[in-house]
Design a protein around this ligand. Structure first.
Ligand code: CJB
Length: 819
């Protein structure tokens, strides 16, 4: 792929940028300053493509997607932009000529972490695929001043540190003040009648903020297409003035100033968890109102002010229920501002909006109290009430006399607004994110909706972008793959199946394993620098990196490490290949048990890593501050991918796909997309254990199971559990892990004992590990397995996912951009 970047021009530009930004010559510049200078230089080129893309979209009046999401977990942009501009060699050489190393410069960039985990990272992968496939799209989100907190580990505990990602200025963003708009909160609804008797609604006595967009370029791979991630900042509507003091508005002016300051201050660090905070509701409405107002205005400008056919050119995808306010806000804009009737507005809304469900975890379901919702958003609440009234009528018409249906399906019920129901009713498409997940939605969680409106439901199995997670993350393997089968995989991942030709070829196996080894050396070096722990790159790197959540069962993993350690202690000659167990996870700041699990992992690491008697056969490492940038190093180095959620709980998972692509074997349950990974790679090339989703759901219906029986019957498991409360891993405070012990065994707490079936799956998990231990020692077999994983990962590109969304939901028009 040819780049548009000219080396001589780039070099001149970098030197010039260093001069004008920092009043320095290039040899005086710090790496951070060079990072900024290079980024600005590239942005200059990107902007030409950006302008050209938008001209082309306007010229062809192409249908455009607005991907509405509270989270975009972008990760660093510089390296990715360089790759997608196909300018890797040029930039590297120019920097070398100037005396800098590209990797060091890339490392200067903070990780823009405007997201928590899978949901936010999926949004980022989708943007990459949309641009690469040439589909017009905006990501719409919030420019949080502080993104996902940085994690420090102190004395084994997590401490949260603010992520000040904007401190040095972010070179890729552009403030677009001309698109600023007003967003209103509170006050009351006004109604006036016109001469025909028709009612017109408005809002008075409100507070408002000025929403100001910042645009970030999303560069497609080698195709000159540049889309936009538009994130909204909040500013006070009027600059604070003493004038208002005289008018007695002083209090209001202060409040509006504070509202603006607070709204975008920080990303809520909850993953798969609804906390019901007022400020969060404000954030939701803030970015939705701003995004929709601009989308409608843009459409009107191109269509003589007539919005009636907007659905032909615009699609709004709601990334989970967080943006589901969009349904009511679009109705408000169309009725109150565009003067459409309810019916006309409803037709447009329900042909524009689509909803993706990402979880069945009950605790993640958004249900806002009416009191809060109606006080903060009186007009929006009124609209939701009317949507609900009409929907309940429909339920009654479909199921006459069936009050249970109304109780189960109404949008407003029991003093609460159920956001998922609003999203479903207001959308023309409802999708899950993996086959199993969609099935569970249809048969269990959303069964009533599926029965009443089956045509809305569909599956879109998640995917990941191979450009960040192989091309950028693992250059050694990426080059090797290209040497073997050409670089077609970069934009057409299924091509990677051509590697199947090599999986039994000894020389190729050798090369592949050698690359894995070098990536393990790279990770070992990172661990040494960041954790001060020596790990042996010849050991099996067994990795679990993801958010910390009980359902993801990091606890199962660490309890099993404790189990193996006990075995090694009591049978020193036991046949066991050296293992390095690697964890990385952030816990939500208020999630106590998750945080205690981090402490447990670190406590176990302390004891085991310092026990000379086991000859280094086990090492345990907790990688601090797991995030997109170090994830890239970790995936490339993994031998074993731990995907061990309680079956039915993980909607899809996407880390599982990143490991697979990089040549790791999945040790997993039949959950989420693991099921499809198994389908692709075959049962000989994955290790599956544990209960099935059906079994879990059945147990749940019948009140669980009795973990005490396992505790009583299995001496080894009992020993592990006792070590949680006898000070084995916490001599200063033997009671430290009591809560974890209780969660597994005691029923007196509000939860069921062992809610996530850790003990129930324990021995099956152990067998899976023993199997892996055996497989690894047959290096020919192992090489075959991990190469098959890479070769069979074609399905899991987000390019495929996006193409399915386009074909089956959005119907976007492709654009081609010539410069
Ligand atoms: N997910 O990351 C989140 N946060 C939520 O609040 C709900 C779901 C995750 O979304 C991913 C993308 O669809 C899924 O792969 C993952 O299973 C799910 O937990």
């Amino acid at each position: 792929m040819k780049t548009t970047i000219d080396k001589a021009e780039l070099k001149k530009q970098i030197i010039y940028n260093v001069k004008t930004l920092y009043r320095k010559t290039i040899d005086e510049a710090t790496p951070q300053q060079v990072f900024q200078a290079v980024s600005y230089a590239l942005k200059d080129d990107i902007i030409d493509q950006w302008i050209a893309t938008h001209k082309e979209i306007e010229r062809t009046d192409a249908k455009t997607l607005y991907y509405l999401s509270m989270e975009f977990l972008m990760g660093r942009a510089l390296g990715n932009n360089i790759l997608n501009l196909c300018a890797q060699d040029e930039v590297k050489e120019v920097l070398e000529e100037l005396g800098f190393d590209l990797n060091t410069i890339e490392d200067q960039e903070p990780d823009p972490a405007l997201g928590n985990g899978g949901l936010g990272r999926l949004a980022a992968c989708f943007l990459d695929s949309l641009a690469t496939l040439g589909y017009p799209a905006y990501g719409c989100g919030i420019r949080y001043k502080y993104g996902m907190f940085a994690q420090k580990i102190e004395d084994g505990y997590q401490r949260e540190v603010p992520d000040d990602w904007l401190r040095d200025g972010y070179p890729f963003e552009i403030r677009r003040a001309e698109y600023a708009c007003e967003v209103k909160f509170g006050g009351y609804v006004t109604v006036t009648k016109d001469e025909t008797g028709r009612e017109h609604f408005g809002q008075a006595g409100y507070q408002s903020v000025r929403a100001v967009p910042y645009d970030l370029p999303i560069v497609g791979y080698g195709n000159n297409v540049v889309n936009t991630l538009r994130i909204w900042d909040a500013e006070p509507i009027n600059t604070f003035n003493l004038d208002s003091f005289d008018k007695g508005d002083y209090q209001k002016a202060v409040e509006q100033e504070n509202l603006a300051k607070n709204i975008v201050e920080v990303l809520y660090p909850n993953d798969n968890h609804y906390a019901g905070k007022e400020l969060r509701l404000k954030q939701q409405y803030f970015f939705i109102s701003a995004s929709l107002q601009t989308a409608v205005n843009k459409y009107k400008k191109a269509h003589n002010g007539d919005v009636t056919k907007m659905y032909e050119k615009v699609a709004f995808q709601m990334n989970d229920t967080h943006p589901s306010m969009a349904v009511a806000e679009l109705m408000r804009i169309l009725m109150d501002e565009e003067n459409l009737t309810w019916e006309a507005a409803w037709e447009i809304t329900t042909k524009c909006c689509a909803y993706t469900n990402h979880t069945i975890m009950a605790e993640a379901l958004e249900k806002w109290p009416i009191e809060l919702f109606s006080r903060l958003l009186p007009r929006i609440y009124g609209i939701v009430e009317e949507i609900n009234r009409r929907f309940v009528e429909e339920i009654e018409a479909t199921y006459p006399g069936n009050h249970e249906k109304i109780a189960k399906m109404a949008i407003i019920y029991d003093g609460q607004v159920r956001m998922a129901h609003l999203a479903i009713v207001g959308s023309y498409s409802v999708n899950g994110v993996a086959k199993l997940h969609t099935e569970i939605l249809e048969k269990q969680e959303l069964k009533d909706f599926y029965q009443m409106m089956p045509e809305k439901f569909n599956n879109k199995t998640n995917g990941i972008t191979q450009r960040r997670f192989l091309l950028h993350a693992n250059p050694l393997l990426a080059n090797w793959v290209t040497d073997k089968i050409s670089d077609a995989w970069i934009t057409n991942l299924p091509e990677i199946s051509k590697l199947k030709l090599f999986v039994d070829d000894p020389k190729s196996q050798q090369e592949f394993m050698n690359i894995k080894y070098q990536n393990k050396v790279r990770l070992a070096k990172y661990i040494k620098e960041h954790n001060g722990i020596d790990v042996d790159p010849r050991s099996i790197f067994d990795v679990q990196v993801k958010r910390l959540h009980e359902y993801k069962r990091q606890l199962l993993n660490i309890l099993h490490v404790m189990y193996i350690y006990n075995e090694l202690k009591s049978h020193p000659d036991m046949e066991y290949y050296p293992h390095t167990f690697i964890f990385g996870a952030k816990a939500a700041a208020g999630y106590r048990r998750a945080k205690l699990t981090i402490k447990l992992i670190n406590s176990v690491a302390d004891v085991i890593n310092n026990d000379k008697s086991i000859n280094g056969k086990i090492k345990v490492v907790f990688i601090e501050n797991y995030r997109v940038s170090n994830a890239e190093i970790i995936f490339a180095a993994a031998d074993v991918s731990e995907q061990i959620s309680t079956a039915s709980k993980e909607a899809s998972g996407t880390g599982n796909m990143k490991f697979m692509l990089n040549g790791a074997i999945t040790c997993g349950t039949l959950d989420g997309a693991n099921v499809e990974i198994l389908e692709e790679v075959g049962k000989d090339n994955a290790v599956i254990f544990g209960m099935t989703a059906d079994e879990v759901i059945n147990y749940e219906k019948n009140g669980g199971y009795d973990p005490m029986q396992i505790f009583n019957e299995n001496q080894e498991i009992r020993q592990v559990l006792m070590q949680l409360i006898n000070g084995f891993y916490s001599p200063q405070d033997p009671e430290l892990f009591r809560d974890i012990y209780n969660s597994l065994l005691n029923t007196y707490s509000s939860d069921r004992a062992d809610t996530y079936f850790i003990l129930k799956d324990f021995m099956s998990y152990h067998e899976a590990h023993m199997k892996i231990n055996e497989l690894y020692q047959d290096q020919t077999r192992w090489a075959h397995i991990v190469m098959m994983n890479t070769a069979c990962s074609g399905k899991f590109t987000s390019d495929r996912t996006i193409q399915q969304y386009v074909d089956e939901i959005w119907e976007l028009d492709k654009v081609t951009v010539e410069l």
